[in-house]
Design a protein around this ligand. Structure first.
Ligand code: AP5
Ligand code: MG
Ligand code: ZN
Length: 217
């Protein structure tokens, strides 16, 4: 089963994808994570992407569709993919159809996380992760149990994304509204879109998504 998680920055795409990976053995394909890895590794793609990402704008369609194609080639037929943060434009949506068809795969659902944008700025600007194991935390909603120490691995090293500041978040939201939200009708016409309340508790959101994947909603 292949699905897209769609929603603005901070909607919870990454949070929910991690749960589906743990619960169902699916694989998360996050173009944001892949691009951040490329930036860190200093590859050519990373060098091209860095300034664009820091400004909260979109990296070129050709780059992101190429990296998704490469990742899809590493998946077994039976392993489901969760597209997180891809596609983000109409050309990317069309490219994804082709990439899937070429590999005998098909899209089962497009799950839209419906959220209140104003609440998202707080979610995003307070977010940080453990630099060692990647566990996620939040200044207000989820501090480590012992200040300055990761609950999961005991590391004292934390990091924040350079694009998680209030100004860049506004640009990322505007990009979502202008370029990404307009791909919904493309999938609605095929009956693939399901909506989930992304403002509910994290567990409730997971349950709602799993009910859809199990054909119970
Ligand atoms: P990307 O990494 O995809 O960032 P994004 O879409 O802006 O989304 P985020 O990762 O910020 O949010 P999320 O929905 O994953 O939320 P999360 O689960 O972390 O992209 C970054 C950049 O890369 C782009 O700006 C662009 O430049 C480039 N890029 C990437 N893909 C591209 C593409 N396809 N084309 C072109 N350019 C591309 O949750 C956020 C916080 O909220 C966390 O702290 C979490 O704990 C908390 N939280 C989550 N759910 C809940 C809940 N239900 N209740 C309370 N708190 C919650
Ligand atoms: Mg994310
Ligand atoms: Zn850790």
């Amino acid at each position: 089963m292949d699905i897209i998680l769609l929603g603005p920055p901070g909607a919870g795409k990454g949070t929910q994808a991690a749960r589906l990976v743990a619960d169902r053995g699916m694989v998360q394909l996050s173009t944001g994570d892949m691009l951040r890895e490329a930036v860190k590794a200093g590859t050519e793609v990373g060098r091209k992407a860095k300034a664009v990402m820091d400004a909260g704008e979109l990296v070129s369609d050709a780059i992101v569709s190429a990296i998704i194609g490469e990742r899809l080639d590493t998946l077994d037929e039976g392993t489901g993919a969760i597209f997180d943060g891809y596609p983000r434009t109409r050309p990317q949506a069309e490219a994804l159809d082709l990439l899937l068809a070429e590999r005998g795969r098909k899209l089962d659902y497009v799950i839209e996380l419906e959220v209140d944008e104003d609440a998202l700025v707080e979610r995003i600007t307070g977010r940080f992760t453990c630099a060692t194991c990647g566990a996620g935390y939040h200044d207000t909603f989820k501090r480590p149990k012992v200040e300055g120490t990761c609950d999961v691995c005991g590391s004292h090293d934390f990091k924040r994304r350079p694009d998680d500041n209030a100004e860049t978040v506004r640009t990322r939201m505007a990009e979502y509204r202008a370029k990404t939200a307009p791909i919904l009708p493309f999938y609605e016409a095929r009956g693939l879109v399901r909506r989930v309340d992304g403002m509910a508790d994290i567990d409730e959101v997971t349950q709602a998504i799993e009910a859809i994947l199990d054909g119970k909603a």
